[in-house]
Design a protein around this ligand. Structure first.
Ligand code: ATP
Ligand code: MG
Length: 368
């Protein structure tokens, strides 16, 4: 098969643009999405406080993270929530697994459906369905990094409409193709979103996104030209490490208009970017040697990472968590599931090339 010409590619990209314009309005959530979820959050929070799950009358706040708060949420998504003690200086005496078991009991007594307590997980978590709305929910008992990475994803989403557009399409595509299920050995939604961010930082020319974590160090700060280096805090589940939670938040620094202007210098359409995304992850990434790393806005050599046991030089996709830099978000992807995900990138990329060559709609890629 011959490579499609530039003109033929243009045809496929425009067809993909049309497909995105058709499907995205159905994927973006309604006003009600946030209202309904806030009602559930409040009800669950009251239930846990009534049951005194932190003990000795200590109050807790439930905070929402994941796709109900990161601007990448669609209607069917679960509601991810995390327990935070109401008074910040007030550390509960109970361990996270203990709080987790008490949360499970409180929810069970309040009539929650399908309650599953996972108190031995790295992040202890209770899964359940809200009895009034049927919404799938989870409550984790100590998850500050998830709250922070939710804020980071949200900040990226605000910079350019193409960030959300791509992430919604890719998340939906991964769900339909059956490759978005970490419990089954495929990649989480969070993993796919990190792949989209890293792509937008490194492949389009000029880049659409910067690294907000790098900008935190580089962006001029007239109020404090001699800023101290960003603070490192102890890792919440691993006392032997620390993590840096800083990033450049355009909402707090008033730089959003500048970042939008910079992103807008790239005029590539969503359709073209999707075609490049699939091609990039199908053929161009050197999986054996490189780590996808949206923290740095460039790929990192696996061989240079400090914890080599976490970053073996095998042909599996590896994604550095933006805050837990020793943690591979894609670690669940093992052979043969890695192959499966890679083959799906190839399938999508080939469909787009075929559509370009034959001038047919690449509908099979976005056939929702
Ligand atoms: P969906 O709409 O499919 O529910 P989501 O944005 O909620 O997508 P999930 O993959 O369900 O994404 O993850 C929810 C949150 O949990 C993420 O925002 C992230 O904070 C955290 N998380 C999920 N998977 C991982 C992982 N492998 N490593 C670290 N954190 C993760
Ligand atoms: Mg979720």
């Amino acid at each position: 098969t011959h490579q499609p010409s530039a003109q033929q590619h243009g045809f496929a990209w425009r067809a993909l643009d049309d497909a995105c314009a058709r499907v995205l309005p159905q994927l973006f959530p309604s006003e009600n999405f946030f209202k309904r979820r806030e009602e559930v959050r409040r009800r669950v929070e009251a239930c846990l406080n009534n049951a005194d799950v932190l003990g000795n009358g200590r109050r807790l706040v439930l905070r929402v993270f994941g796709s109900s708060a990161n601007l990448f949420g669609a209607e069917g998504a679960d509601l991810d929530m995390c327990v935070v003690p109401a008074a910040s200086e007030e550390d509960t005496e109970l361990s996270s697994p203990e709080v987790c078991r008490r949360v499970g009991e409180a929810l069970e007594s309040a009539g929650a459906k399908n309650v599953q307590v996972r108190d031995t997980a790295r992040v202890p978590i209770v899964l359940f369905a809200d009895p009034q709305t049927g919404l799938d929910c989870d409550v984790s008992t100590h998850n500050p990094l998830a709250l922070r990475n939710t804020e980071l994803l949200r900040a990226y989403a605000k910079i350019d409409g193409r960030v959300r557009g791509m992430a919604y399409v890719i998340k939906k595509w991964a769900k339909i193709r059956g490759i978005n299920s970490p419990s089954d050995g495929t990649l989480s939604s969070y993993g796919y979103i990190l792949c989209v961010l890293a792509f937008l930082q490194t492949v389009p020319n000029p880049p659409i996104l910067p690294s907000l974590q790098r900008l935190d160090l580089d962006w001029p700060n007239p109020k404090n030209p001699d800023r101290p280096p960003p603070e490192r805090v102890p890792h919440p589940f691993d006392a032997s490490r620390d993590v840096c939670l800083s990033f450049h938040d355009p909402d707090k620094t008033g730089s959003l208009a500048d970042l939008r202007e910079i992103a807008g210098r790239n005029r590539q359409s969503l359709g073209e970017l999707l075609a490049l995304f699939f091609r990039h992850y199908a053929w161009d990434v050197d999986y054996r040697n490189l780590v996808v790393a949206p923290r740095t806005a460039c790929v990192l050599p696996k061989a240079n990472k400090a914890e080599l046991d976490c970053w073996p030089q095998n042909p599996h996709l590896a994604i550095e968590d933006p805050f837990e830099t020793h943690y591979d978000v894609a670690h669940v992807l093992k052979y043969p599931k890695h192959q499966l995900v890679r083959k799906e990138f190839m399938r999508a990329s080939k469909l787009i090339d075929d559509a370009a060559a034959q001038r047919v709609d690449p509908d099979l890629v976005l056939d929702y």
